[in-house]
Write a protein that binds this ligand. Structure first.
Ligand SMILES: [Fe+2]
Length: 408
């Protein structure tokens, strides 16, 4: 129980590809960051955010103050929505180019931060647009510095080199991954996550949970991915109920933010596989669908498919969720239903049929997995062969609960 020996008010510095300030009060590190930007002769920044959370969370006041005190001019693009689009990225880039922005401060969850990372690239490639970036028509190796102010505990984007943006014209949601978009600095302050509504609290945490379940079962998984995945699952199972019960519980937010961050570090090295490859077409087709909910609907069937090939690892990593797995390949059904029950107990009962999908969509969804380069790339990391039939079976099985006992 090492957590008890940790002072959550002590701000630690954790380095990955990014320098991350982590702990209650970490938001005040924006002063040091502003000074470092000034020392690099950066005096114009573009702030990228959604409409409300950057102020509601309490993050904006100290940021605005630090920018003013350090004579850093800024423009704000606050039009980023959940499942952000290439159009939003292009609009923000235009604002940044007109202003002469030398860095991007992205404030929010995965959507504003991923959009901000994309803008950071395009500020260095003014002749290209966001759709070209996400359709891989050019391969960037430079971006202006990104400062990620993370307000949730899901994506891990504050610690990794990935970004995801939707292309409305093709109803696809590709990902990019480039070293040049590791945030130069990130801030993870649990106090700025306490205003997340209960549903979002659950969805973002389920995103982090899926990151580690996939990360530790990719065919690129390392011992580091095991350590990080096991620990992330333990912390999520322990602290998610606390943060649902009391959104202001800073200890719970601290460990959920920590779990999401180490999940991001884990899959930064290993990549992901089925659940993410199959979810992106869902929220690409229905932008109102929360990424975490899309993942939750697919997870039981994915576990059922991959368990036998990774029984040793999954029985260990999932132990806090399903305590009585022995690591035998024939436990696949039991593991899948165990996950489904855990989700149901959290109140996540929706399946694809409940979210407006019908079986006629399976063909289109499957095509999108194979036709979107970044998603097809994830399939190559899967622990079992990811042929068309397997993908279709996972979608089909995710329309209704696996366990008849729990069917509505
Ligand atoms: Fe994700």
């Amino acid at each position: 129980m090492w957590e008890k020996g940790i002072n959550i008010n002590e701000v630690k510095e954790i380095r990955t590809g990014s320098r991350i300030y982590f702990g209650v009060g970490a938001i005040n590190k924006i002063n040091d960051i502003a000074q470092e930007l000034t020392a690099k002769n950066i005096n114009k920044v573009l702030v990228v955010s959604g409409k409300r959370s950057y102020k509601l969370s309490g993050a904006w006041d100290p940021i605005e103050k630090a920018l003013n005190q350090n004579n850093i001019e800024f423009k704000i693009y606050d039009n980023i929505t959940p499942n952000p689009t290439t159009h939003q990225v292009d609009e923000a880039t235009e604002l940044g180019l007109d202003f002469g922005a030398q860095a991007v401060i992205a404030i929010g969850g995965g959507s504003p931060i991923d959009a901000g990372k994309s803008v950071a690239i395009l500020l260095k490639y003014p002749n290209n647009n966001a759709r070209e970036l996400y359709e891989n028509t050019f391969m960037p190796d430079k971006a202006v510095p990104v400062i990620a102010i993370n307000l949730t505990h899901g994506t891990g984007t504050e610690a990794d080199r990935f970004a995801v943006v939707s292309i409305p014209e093709t109803e696809t949601k590709p990902a990019i991954g480039y070293d040049c978009i590791y945030p130069l600095f990130s801030i993870n302050d649990p106090a700025t996550a306490t205003k997340l509504p209960a549903s979002q609290t659950i969805y973002v945490t389920l995103d982090a949970l899926n990151h580690v379940i996939e990360s530790c079962t990719t065919n690129t998984a390392s011992p580091l991915a095991m350590s990080l995945s096991k620990e992330a699952v333990r912390l999520i199972v322990k602290y998610l109920p606390d943060s649902i019960q009391d959104p202001e519980d800073l200890t719970a937010r601290y460990y959920l933010m920590y779990a999401a961050m180490i999940a991001g570090i884990s899959f930064d090295s290993t990549g992901l596989h089925f659940t993410h490859a199959l979810e992106h077409p869902l929220s690409g087709l229905k932008p109102e669908l929360a990424h975490g909910l899309g993942l939750a609907m697919l997870l039981p069937s994915v576990i059922k498919k991959v368990y036998a090939s990774k029984a040793d690892i999954l029985s260990d990593v999932l132990e806090p969720l399903i305590p009585d797995l022995q690591g035998n390949p024939d436990e696949a059904e039991k593991a899948a239903i165990g996950i489904e029950n855990w989700l149901f107990n959290l109140g996540i009962r929706s399946k694809l049929a409940d979210e407006g999908f019908n079986e006629a969509d399976i063909e289109t969804l499957t095509r999108q997995v194979f036709d979107t380069g970044s998603l097809a790339g994830l399939l190559r990391l899967a622990p079992i062969p990811a042929d068309e039939n397997t993908i279709k079976e996972i979608y089909k099985e995710s329309f209704t609960p696996l366990s008849a006992v729990h069917s509505k």
